[in-house]
Design a protein around this ligand. Sequence first.
Ligand code: K1U
Ligand code: ZN
Length: 169
Amino acid sequence: MALLPILCYPDPRLLTVAKPVQAFDVRLQTLIADMFETMYEAKGIGLAATQVNVHERLIVIDTSEGRDAPLVLINPKILWASPERHVNEEGCLSVPGIYDGVERHDLVKVEALDGSGNKHLVEAEGLLSMCIQHEMDHLMGKVFVEYLSPLKRNRIKTKMLKAQREARD
Ligand code: K1U
Ligand code: ZN
């Protein structure tokens, strides 16, 4: 297994719209294992393939306390989202150190394939629901800061670029 580098905002590759996964082969199994290792090491609860510069519709998630309930969503589709929405604080491994409120559907029903290509239905609430919506945004090339005001987003962009410059020099 391997740790994968995570793209940092405002890297333009985070804007890429992912394509459906086509082949359930050894390459995909390795990518899934590497994404879980990367997510657990970064202490995240989710990771979209977009964030590791792979532009295919693949998400890994584990919102459990024990970090022992891995969930793989391939080619996910939202079948239903509750009209009720609430604002909750979110973070993002691609925007380290930044947390802000984002409005999301309370409940979602999602159809997806697992690592073997079998279809499954996930009914999500709470943190899992937020995480699925956040990761599905990544697959569409959307980072959570796009929900914030232009003023906040520009401040975050400046802060991230400064941190990246300092880490390089
Ligand atoms: O996609 C990512 O960057 C992962 C992201 C997922 C996420 C966190 C919070 C709300 C929605 C989606 C993270 O895991 S950020 C890590 C983090 O700081 C965190 C972990 C648990 C709860 C809240 C934040
Ligand atoms: Zn994110």
